[in-house]
Design a protein around this ligand. Structure first.
Ligand code: ZN
Length: 367
C-alpha cells in the first residue's frame, strides 16, 4: 500500500478568506512587464486577410462548443495601456466582452470586480496577489484529494511496480507541494511522471487507472483557484488578455497539422481558442465522443458562412462549403455529411461550368 500524501504539507490556513498579510504577499515575484502576446492568430499559414475575414464574421459561433466568439477586431482595439492601472476602469473596458467569456474567466472577472470596488487603487495583479494564499490552499486540497484518490484504487501491482510507484509518488509530492508554487507546468509534469511509470511497469492497465484520475488535476482553464495561482505571476496585460483569449476565434485543422493536415482553408474550421487548444490533435471522431454536440455546431458554423458567401459579405471563400463538406466527410469516414443546400454557387462559377458542359457536349456529339 502506497503511503498517502498527508495534509501536513500545508503551510497555509485555507480558512483565511482574506488571504495573507501584506509582508508575506511581497515575497511573491511580481511580473509587471509587458510580455509577448499570449494569443497567436497565425496558427495557420493562410492568407492573413482572408483568415481575418473568416474569423470575424458577425455572430459566428464556435464549431465545437457552439458559443459566440469575441470579435477579433474589437479585441485588437484594446491597447497595452488599457490593462494597466487601477483595475476598476480596466474591468469596465472589458465589460462588453463578459457575455462571451468562458465560465472560469467570467468567475475571475466577477471576483476581480468585487475586489476592485473595495480596493479602488489596486491593479489586476495586486488584486490577484492579495487572494493568493486563499486560492493556493484550496488548490492544494484539490490536488491532494485527486492524487490520493488515484493511488487508493484497487491496484494489482507486483512488489517491484509498487516500489516504482512509491518513487513516482515521491517525485509528485516534490512537484506539487515542495517546489516553488509558481513553477510552471506542474500538472503536465505530474501526469508525465505517471506516464513514465507506465513505461517501466508491466501492469499497463493498472497505471492507466491512475493516469485517468490524475488527468483530472485542476488546470487554469477550468479551475478558478488554478487560474489565480498561475496569473498571480503574470503582468496586468497578460491577466486582462487571458480573460478574453479563450473566447477568441482561431482556425482549427480538421486533419491536424501534426498528421500532415494542410494549412489550407479546405482543412480549416473556425473554433474558439479554448476548444481548439483542448482538442490538440485528437481525431474528430474521437473528439465527437467527448463533444457529441459538435456535429450540430459545425453545421451551424457553416450555415453562417454560407449565408455570408451568398450575401457577398465574405469574399474569396466561394468553394469553401464544398471543400469543407468533402474534408469532413473524408476525415470522419462519413460520420459528418454537411447540408450545404442553401449554398448558391456564385454566378461566374456557374458560367464556367455551363461552358464546360457545352464544350464536353460538343466533343461527345463529335464522337
Ligand atoms: Zn468553443
Amino acid at each position: 500500500m502506497v503511503m498517502k500524501i498527508q495534509t501536513t504539507f500545508f503551510k497555509y490556513n485555507i480558512n483565511n478568506q482574506t488571504g495573507a498579510n501584506a509582508s508575506s504577499i511581497s515575497v511573491i515575484p511580481k511580473n509587471t512587464g509587458i510580455t509577448k502576446d499570449v494569443v497567436s492568430f497565425s496558427s495557420a499559414n493562410v492568407d492573413k486577410e482572408d483568415a481575418y475575414n473568416l474569423r470575424n464574421l458577425p455572430g459566428l459561433t464556435c464549431a465545437c462548443c457552439g458559443k459566440k466568439m469575441i470579435n477579433e477586431a474589437d479585441y485588437r482595439r484594446l491597447k497595452t495601456k488599457d490593462f494597466q492601472g487601477p483595475a476598476y476602469p480596466v474591468l469596465k473596458k472589458l465589460k462588453p466582452f463578459v457575455p462571451f467569456m468562458k465560465p472560469t474567466e467570467k468567475t475571475v472577472y466577477n471576483l476581480l470586480k468585487r475586489a476592485s470596488s473595495k480596493d479602488p487603487n489596486a491593479d489586476l495583479n495586486t488584486l490577484l496577489r492579495k487572494r493568493y494564499y486563499y486560492h493556493l490552499g484550496r488548490l492544494e486540497v484539490k490536488q491532494l484529494g485527486i492524487i490520493n484518490k488515484a493511488i487508493s484504487q484497487k491496484l494489482e501491482l507486483s512488489s517491484e511496480s509498487q516500489a516504482e510507484l512509491d518513487k513516482t509518488m515521491q517525485k509528485v509530492r516534490e512537484i506539487l507541494f515542495v517546489e516553488p508554487k509558481h513553477s510552471r507546468q506542474k500538472r503536465e509534469r505530474v501526469i508525465n511522471e505517471f506516464v513514465k511509470l507506465k513505461q517501466i511497469c508491466p501492469e499497463k492497465n493498472e497505471i492507466d487507472k491512475i493516469i485517468k484520475v490524475v488527468q483530472t488535476l485542476p488546470n487554469s482553464k477550468d479551475d478558478v483557484d488554478s487560474f489565480i495561482i498561475k496569473y498571480t505571476q503574470r503582468g496586468n496585460r497578460e491577466i486582462g488578455q487571458r480573460l478574453l483569449s479563450p473566447s477568441l476565434p482561431t482556425l482549427d485543422h480538421i486533419k491536424p497539422a501534426s498528421k500532415s493536415g494542410h494549412d489550407d482553408f479546405s482543412n480549416l474550421i473556425v473554433m474558439c481558442e479554448k476548444c481548439n487548444s483542448a482538442r490538440g490533435s485528437i481525431h474528430y471522431q474521437e473528439w465527437f465522443k467527448i463533444h457529441p454536440e459538435m456535429p450540430e455546431n459545425i453545421q451551424k458554423n457553416i450555415n453562417k458562412i454560407i449565408k455570408a458567401i451568398n450575401t457577398k459579405k465574405l469574399q474569396n471563400f466561394d468553394t469553401y462549403p464544398l471543400d469543407i463538406k468533402e474534408t469532413l466527410e473524408k476525415e470522419t469516414n462519413g460520420q459528418i455529411i454537411l447540408n450545404i443546400d442553401d449554398y448558391h454557387a456564385p454566378v461566374r462559377e456557374l458560367m464556367v461550368l455551363d461552358d464546360l458542359d457545352s464544350a464536353s457536349s460538343t466533343i461527345n456529339f463529335g464522337v
